[in-house]
Design a protein around this ligand. Structure first.
Ligand code: EPZ
Length: 417
């Protein structure tokens, strides 16, 4: 087991380089199954979720190879339509494989992906969308069996703008017959990235980033090379770190327009922020309360930055209400923050935070990916020494997290116990 040892209370000064977006790379890897020609994903982060997805591709018969941070995928010999249950459970986003495996083989079998650290994570919208495309779906004994000769274009309205459902339907429709229209589609930048990648492979997808995505089925997709967009959630995590610790930070390889909701909130609490091309500069000396943080689908405030923002609100002047509208149990970090001296009351999906001058170091445990990142930021900002355990949660989504924080002046190191 590994843990961070952190001596907190130092300002952050320096720069960090952002990795490619986890939530863009995962659907790109799923899409690579749609062609039997070579795919190269440049700047592919070796985070646990990506390595798990690469393992799933291997189980399907794909050949994968890392050369530095370039990942080559050759699906020419892929022949297995069953996504291994152990891996599917390990990686919730393996459900994104459904659409592309169905499109490749006309069949797909996957263990029902259970809930996860942050909530029930239903997939009813994924399945109803696939059924609208003509996929026959049987659910039995914890498995989902999908069959279809070739998907048929359909007009699909999503009850809620689900990222995964939008991506799965696109992946199932790109080689189908006719036109598919997805209404109330999720508008996250990662979906536009998937569209750009698929179109480079010869697909005809339009409208990603808006509420209406149109897919015109094509016969064949060819190989492609692609560099995914930078990770807006990693970017936001480091900007919040700078706001919590004070000092100044230059974030490189960022896409400021993908973080408008967060930048607005950080300016509201009196951070100085300047963005230019792919760089964001932040300096922070005092922190006024953000008053209200309410998560909502893009372009609203991202649920994936709720935990780091909650940690920041703990040491802002004044009170803040945080409302988590997307997931049922995404407050696991709050009891740990309270052990560090935070003053928070939770009622259902709302957390009522009264700012304190500083958090105190403590031994805390990550409960999920973004909560673990939030607790690490809290430890770096707190007075005194902390440990952060269960780092496997954090390693799912951040490469070199402690190295990047240390490079900006934090006193943090990883030890094996
Ligand atoms: C994606 O998850 C991201 N994961 C999540 O990031 C992110 O928090 C989430 O989108 C919201 O932005 C990846 O892209 C790999 P959803 P996803 O379907 O697709 C409900 C992280 O930390 N819903 O958009 O699973 C669901 O309950 C992770 O990087 C249904 O009701 O999220 C939730 O309330 C965590 N039925 C809402 O939609 C469905 O069939 C949004 O979920 C599907 C979803």
């Amino acid at each position: 087991m590994e843990k961070f040892i952190v001596k907190g209370g130092r300002p952050l000064c320096g720069e960090v380089e952002i990795q490619s977006a986890k939530n863009a790379v995962l659907p790109l890897l799923a899409a690579s199954v749609l062609t039997d020609e070579k795919i190269i994903i440049h700047k592919c982060p070796r985070i646990a979720d990506v390595l798990n997805m690469v393992q799933i591709l291997g189980e399907l018969g794909c050949k994968t190879q890392f050369d530095g941070d370039d990942l080559t995928i050759d699906s020419s010999d892929a022949a297995n339509h069953e996504i291994p249950s152990a891996l599917a459970k390990e990686l919730r986003s393996s459900v994104f494989m459904l659409g592309s495996v169905i499109a490749r083989f006309g069949r797909a079998r996957i263990a029902y992906p259970g809930g996860c650290d942050i909530g029930l994570r239903p997939i009813d919208l994924h399945l109803s969308g696939l059924r609208r495309l003509g996929v026959k779906i049987e659910e039995e004994g914890g498995y989902i069996d999908c069959t279809v000769e070739k998907t048929q274009g359909a007009d699909i309205l999503l009850d809620c703008p689900s990222v995964g459902a939008t991506e799965n339907i696109i992946l199932a429709a790109v080689k189908g017959k006719g036109r598919t229209v997805i209404r109330n589609a999720a508008k996250e930048p990662e979906i536009a990235d998937l569209q750009n990648f698929l179109n480079r492979m010869g697909a005809k997808v339009a409208g990603a980033g808006t509420a209406v995505v149109v897919v015109d089925g094509v016969q064949k997709l060819h190989g492609a090379e692609y560099t995914p967009i930078p990770d807006r959630i990693e970017t936001g995590t480091f900007l919040i770190a700078a706001a919590m610790c004070g000092g100044e930070l230059l974030v490189k390889n960022a896409v400021p327009e993908n973080l408008a909701a967060l930048l607005h909130k950080l300016r509201e609490i009196s951070c100085k922020i300047r963005s230019e091309n792919d760089k964001i500069y932040i300096s922070s000396c005092k922190r006024l309360s953000p008053k209200l943080i309410e998560t909502s689908p893009y372009p609203g405030f991202p649920t994936d930055l709720q935990a780091p923002m909650t940690a920041l609100a703990c040491i802002c002047e004044g009170s803040t209400v945080v409302v988590e509208n997307l997931f049922e149990t995404r407050f696991k970090h709050i009891p740990e923050l309270i052990r560090m001296g935070a003053d928070i009351t939770v009622r259902g999906r709302s957390a009522f935070i009264r700012g304190v001058p500083a958090l105190k170091g403590a031994d805390v445990f990550a409960g999920d990916l973004r909560g673990g990142a939030a607790l690490t930021l809290a430890a770096v900002a707190a007075e005194g020494e902390s440990t952060v355990s269960d780092l496997f949660h954090i390693d799912r989504g951040y490469t070199e997290f402690e190295h990047k924080l240390r490079g900006a002046g934090a006193d943090i190191r990883r030890i094996r116990v």
